[in-house]
Design a protein around this ligand. Structure first.
Ligand code: ZN
Length: 383
């Protein structure tokens, strides 16, 4: 987080205060959750907090105006207990934390990882759709109504499952789920038993096989039908993609019966790694930040303000309305008023359909939500 001038912090706190006065927070299972609060320097400066009712949580927020409000996806008998073991774990929601930085996008090489452009937001939304439509619904059997989507307030989304069936999963089951969606430990030889034997017929998965095998077979068939660019998107080189496309009929026919001999690929290991890589969900690898694996992790609470952007970490109404969801339009907290700032950024910020910037040390009056976003991102100062 950029170091913030005290004057920026106090302006932010006064705006946050007005927001919370009009928008009290609410959350299910309040008394079973642990809460954490952050400053502009530290996302979670204080944790192990618990509240008996919504009023006392809202009173705490109004009195302290934290820069970040977090809550546990875990439920406890005694959420304020310390150490963690004293809390009496009752269960945890299953959470997937998707962040644009984990996607290693080309645009990030240009604008850096602290900035978030339209492409970052688009790509991370596609990643969320992929998780929901390629994994959570077909492979795990969840339905749209089991799946909650929250904008994180900055660069991504939290996908949360709260159904009874997941609450009791232990850490090893959560690890296995994380490994499955990230493709961790996926081995081509488990789908292609004869891959190492150059003389044998290449046996492989069929499109209607369950799990990863079927996923890979369907991906190749779909891409073959769509054309060369779709094959390239699976990590296949252009000359190879062209060759495959020319033989599309016989390749598709073969794959349908599990015969992959027609897919003549020189470096099979690399090919499968690329194909599976393009289909996995990109989550942070480090155990500490892999929220799916770690049920003790605190998560930015829905419908509170993110202290790094001034945006609302808003819950998306439903999976079906997610397509239309635009954080830069739907998560605005400071609707009214304007602020004079000195803006300095090479990037363009688009909020509510209007482009702001690039600016070179420009004194400019901006809507409060734009000014606050730039001040908190460190690309504007107060004069
Ligand atoms: Zn970007």
């Amino acid at each position: 987080m950029p170091e913030l001038d005290p004057s920026v912090q106090s302006l932010a706190r006064s705006m946050f205060k007005d927001f919370y006065a009009k928008h009290p927070v609410t959350i299910d299972n309040l008394t079973k959750r642990e809460f954490g609060f952050g400053t502009f320097e530290k996302k979670i400066a204080k944790r192990h907090m618990a509240f008996n009712n919504m009023e006392s949580l809202n009173r705490y927020i109004a009195a302290n105006i934290p820069a970040f409000v977090s809550s546990s996806p875990a439920f406890y008998e005694n959420p304020s207990g310390r150490p963690m073991e004293a809390k009496g774990w009752l269960g945890s929601e299953l959470v997937f934390d998707l962040d644009a930085t984990d996607l290693h996008l080309e645009c990030q090489k240009k604008h850096g990882t602290s900035w978030v452009c339209k492409n970052c937001l688009h790509e991370v939304k596609m990643e969320a759709f992929k998780l929901i439509e390629e994994f959570l619904i077909p492979d795990f059997g969840f339905s749209n109504k089991d799946i909650k989507i929250n904008f994180s307030g900055n660069r991504g989304y939290h996908i949360i499952i709260s159904s009874e069936s997941v609450l009791g999963l232990d850490e090893s089951a959560r690890s296995a789920i994380s490994d499955y969606v990230t493709g961790h430990g996926l081995k081509p030889e488990s789908f292609f038993p004869t891959i190492a034997d150059k003389t044998a017929r290449l046996q492989g998965p069929k499109p209607n096989d369950p799990g990863w095998g079927g996923k890979m077979a369907r991906a190749i068939v779909t891409a073959l039908n769509a054309g060369v660019p779709s094959l390239e998107a699976l990590g296949i080189s252009k000359p190879m993609a062209r060759k495959m496309y020319l033989n599309k009929g016989s390749i598709v026919m073969g794959i349908t019966t599990g015969n992959w001999d027609k897919v003549s690929i020189p470096k099979k290991d690399e090919f499968w790694r690329n194909v599976s890589e393009s289909m996995t969900i990109k989550q942070s690898d480090s155990i500490d930040s892999n929220v799916t694996k770690n049920p003790q992790h605190l998560l930015g609470m829905a419908d509170t303000i993110h202290g790094g952007t001034g945006l609302i970490a808003k819950s998306v109404e439903s999976v079906s309305s997610f397509e239309r969801f635009d954080p830069m339009r739907d998560c605005i907290a400071f609707e009214k008023g304007e602020t004079l700032v000195v803006a300095n950024t090479k990037e363009t910020l688009t909020m509510r359909g209007t482009d702001y910037g690039p600016y070179e040390n420009k004194r400019i009056v901006l809507p409060n939500y734009v000014a606050m976003y730039m001040l908190l991102k460190g690309v504007a100062k107060l004069p």
